[in-house]
Design a protein around this ligand. Structure first.
Ligand code: ADP
Length: 311
């Protein structure tokens, strides 16, 4: 568990990057930080592994103030993935992945097993990739190595700072799928910075939306999209009220649901109205001219609204 307790960061030049942050990130949670450029996401992330010192309040990991950890111990137990991962160009892929396990003095056979296991986990055949140099991999593959390198020594926490934003859209989607699948297996605490709301909605168990160094709203993707805290959130996620006014029959047509009998809604009612009704029921049956023509669930409406979400 990571706890920000009234955490502040003032840089030397007086810039107040974050103020009075009270945020608790649960163990095993995929927690996404999002907000406009300069809102304090990276500062918040880097305070966790002490790349940036806290200037006020207390930051705790599993109840212990981060300043009380041995710095190496802390860093080795927190994986870190950057936008442009810097693999060591003269080392093989296997050596790159093994950096932290080696520092932790794992024995050679354990390190080798771990490297193969991680390569296999992300669909890269160890026989082919183990001995390659980073330059012999595509950008997407290099980034994948960056992710598994961060996992190598089995850290409890993984920090990811826009890890996929330099990739082309297809590699990006693939890596998002991979990390979701991986997270189901490993259940780490992941803190993930992005400025892409679609990515946040896809990956996050919870999303923390920031503005000017402060938290504006924290919630699961469903809550953020269906009940934005204010105009800023609404604008940021790019859900135009237009979209919420879409007749429900269009939502039902865009995201067909296997017909289940639910509470009745007329086809001309809006997506917003349907969301309200779905606070108390799981499924709505859409009626047109007295006939059931489709169904919608909370999930399908959120999917529909998220399609309008902008990066
Ligand atoms: P984000 O990751 O959301 O883009 P940052 O955490 O990088 O935001 O920055 C938050 C604020 O702190 C910005 O106003 C930025 O200009 C400022 N900032 C970041 N690093 C420094 C620094 N080393 N010295 C002074 N100001 C900084």
């Amino acid at each position: 568990m990571i706890e920000f307790d009234q955490v502040e960061k003032r840089y030397r030049d007086g810039t107040q990057a974050v103020q009075k942050l009270d945020v608790t990130i649960e163990k095993g949670e995929f927690f996404v930080l999002i907000g406009p450029s300069g809102c304090g996401k990276t500062t918040m992330l880097k305070m966790i592994n002490r790349l940036i010192p806290v200037s006020g309040g207390t930051l705790r990991i599993n109840g212990k103030n981060i300043n009380e950890f041995d710095i190496h111990e802390l860093r080795w137990n927190i994986g870190y993935v950057l936008q442009q991962i810097a693999l060591f160009p003269h080392m093989t892929i296997a050596e790159n992945i093994a950096v932290v396990p080696e520092m932790k003095k794992w024995d050679r056979s354990k390190v080798n097993r771990r490297v193969d296991e991680l390569l296999e986990m992300t669909g890269l055949d160890p026989a082919i990739y183990r001995n390659r140099k980073p330059a012999e991999l595509s950008g997407g593959q290099q980034q994948r190595i960056g992710v598994i390198r961060a996992l190598a020594a089995d850290p409890d926490i993984i920090l990811m700072d826009e890890p996929f934003s330099a990739l082309d859209p297809i590699s990006r989607e693939k890596l998002q799928d991979d990390i979701l699948e991986l997270q189901q297996k490993i259940q780490k605490t992941i803190v993930f910075v992005t400025h892409d709301m679609k990515e946040a909605v896809k990956l996050g168990d919870r999303i923390c939306l920031m503005q000017n160094g402060q938290v504006v709203q924290i919630g699961n993707p469903d809550e953020i999209i269906s009940s934005p805290a204010n105009e800023f959130v609404r604008n940021f996620i790019g859900i135009h009220s237009q979209k919420e006014r879409t007749p429900i029959k269009e939502v039902a047509a865009a995201f067909p649901v296997h017909a289940v009998e639910g509470q009745r809604i007329e086809s001309h009612e809006t997506a917003a109205k349907a969301l309200q009704l779905l606070a108390n029921t799981d499924v709505l049956t859409v009626y047109e001219n007295g006939q059931p023509t489709g169904a919608v669930t909370r999930r399908t409406i959120i999917q529909f609204l998220a399609e309008g979400v902008q990066a």
